[in-house]
Ligand binder design. Sequence first.
Ligand code: FES
Length: 97
Amino acid sequence: MSEWRIRCPDLEVEWLAAEGESLLESAERAGIELLSSCRNGTCRTCMCRLVAGEVRYRIEWPGLSREEKAEGWVLPCVAEPTGPRELSLDSPWAGLK
Ligand code: FES
């Protein structure tokens, strides 16, 4: 089974994600609480910026504009890691934790 290491320096945490897990699910399995609400890619509460790595989406139309995607914004509740084995996320909510 494939695994990805996810780093979030803003929150000073890192965890492993298994193939088929969303970034949010894998964080929760590791005991890391990321902000979330709808968990279906609609509300944008979980929005983070992907600094390094690649994701694919479980749904066809995640709630991000083309410009936001180009800027690296991702929705961890419906984003699964793919590509390079390490991802790095910035959380705009780090200061709220
Ligand atoms: S929790 Fe609503 S978009 Fe991720």
